[in-house]
Design a protein around this ligand. Structure first.
Ligand SMILES: Cc1ncc(COP(=O)(O)O)c(C=O)c1O
Length: 425
């Protein structure tokens, strides 16, 4: 086991506030000193520098200059569609025709015919009247929520919703209620207690939860929404292209596609690009184009990305992006980890949480895995509660079965070493 020290006074929260008599920037110095010391905080190892394009094996450069190959279990580009030859070809064509950047926000000179084609394709994918594409996924949630909700409204959130949803809710000024993750009884209790005079009501949930990989109970949420006269917004960042009978996402998985009022998802995960969108009724999209500030005041996506994404949706539409292969490989890895005795939650997607429950062990384990050539994500506060800290594995379609075997073998070996699982008799 590693001998590197950990410490309890190095927590994320300790560096948020300016302390009494401190200069505004003093907290940045305090953090720098901790990160430079040999104390593991979990933050110093965050991120990596890639030296090769995304594939099952990626060459990376560590902060100390050490370069090595890792098996990639840390990307949200589950289908590696960003490197699909057809996607590269269309992105290149768009680059040659329109250049690198658009140079303006969408409502001024920022869009070309490709943006309109992409929005039509997305609308068609969700069987909606129209869609709006934002230049960032984070900004999509902020823009949609703050445009539609204000102090007269109430928003009801799952506690595991993504930070961008929570931030959008706070910025909107609406009253915010939170129910424990996927707890439908608690949700109903909240809905039942909403005063009659609050008529602007929105339930927001991730479709696939980004840190757990499970799917929201959209069937139940939609029937409660109908009973209590609420609108429903789903952020299906990790469901699009992956779950549902033909990869249309969590609403398709629960067969409630026509009951979702606001279909939000990101173009940055399985679609392999960047940005986000909302698909819904034409008049709502028209409203968002004027009132969503992260759309109105932010430069439009560049043409190569949009061109590439059009081809991505051609592949997703026909369900030809390798979703089935991804699901088989995910099942394969999950079974190995489960059989070894890890708690991997209730994942129904390509995200596999491997619960560690102990930050000190997590940070050491994570670092050792990485130096053994397995790249996974380390997750603790503020992404999840500290006592629910975990490794987060994302399966990618391009991983070979022998790479999955090797990753599982090393994770199991380390899990036994750290006492997270027992050695099988
Ligand atoms: C559920 C969810 N929503 C929104 C976002 C933000 O998307 P982006 O990274 O494209 O800004 C993420 C990204 O991690 C996410 O997981």
């Amino acid at each position: 086991m590693s001998t590197i020290k950990t410490s309890t006074n190095t927590k994320f929260e300790n560096f948020i506030e300016t302390k009494e008599n401190e200069d505004l920037f003093e907290k940045t110095k305090r953090l720098n000193n901790i990160l430079k010391s040999n104390v593991l905080t979990g933050n110093e190892a965050l991120g990596m520098i890639s030296l090769s394009k995304l594939s099952s094996m990626v060459k990376i450069k560590e902060k100390d200059g050490f370069c090595h190959d890792v098996i990639m279990l840390g990307t949200n580009s589950y289908l590696n569609i960003a490197n699909h030859p057809r996607v590269i070809t269309t992105a290149k064509k768009a680059l040659e025709k329109y250049g690198l950047g658009m140079g303006a926000v969408s409502n001024y000179a920022g869009i070309c015919d490709l943006h309109k084609t992409l929005e039509a394709k997305i609308a068609n994918f969700y069987n909606c009247e129209d869609s709006i594409v934002f230049p960032s996924g984070y900004g999509t949630n902020i823009g949609v929520i703050t445009a539609l909700c204000n102090k007269n409204d109430i928003i009801i959130n799952d506690s595991a919703n993504h930070a961008s949803i929570m931030d959008g809710c706070r910025l909107s000024g609406a009253q915010i209620k939170i129910y424990p993750h996927n707890n439908m009884k608690y949700l109903e209790r909240i809905l039942d207690n909403i005063p009659d005079n609050i008529s602007g009501r929105l339930i927001i949930t991730d479709g696939v939860f980004s840190m757990d990989g499970d799917i929201a109970h959209l069937d139940k949420i939609c029937s409660l929404a109908q009973k209590y006269k609420c609108r429903v917004m789903v952020d299906d960042a990790h469901g699009i292209g992956i779950v549902g009978k033909t990869g249309r996402g969590s609403a398709q998985y629960h067969n409630v596609q026509e009951k979702i009022d606001l279909n939000v998802a990101m173009l940055s995960k399985a679609p392999g690009g960047i940005g986000g969108f909302c698909a819904t009724k034409r008049e709502i999209i028209q409203y968002l184009r004027l009132y969503a500030r992260t759309y109105f005041f932010s430069t439009a996506l560049n043409a190569p990305t949009v061109g590439g994404l059009i081809e991505v949706f051609n592949l997703l539409e026909m369900d030809m992006a390798g979703r089935q292969e991804l699901l088989l490989k995910t099942k394969y890895l999950k079974e190995k980890l489960l059989h070894a005795g890890f708690n991997i939650g209730n994942s129904q997607s390509a995200i596999i949480p491997v619960m560690i429950y102990d930050e000190e062990k997590l940070f050491k384990l994570y670092k050792e895995l990485r130096y053994e050539g397995i790249y996974v994500n380390v997750v603790t506060y503020p992404a999840v509660r500290r006592k629910e800290c975990r490794l987060r594995l994302c399966v990618m379609k391009d991983l070979a079965y022998c790479e999955l075997d090797r990753a599982a073998q090393i994770i199991i070996k380390k899990g036994i070493e750290y006492g997270i699982i027992k050695k099988s008799p």
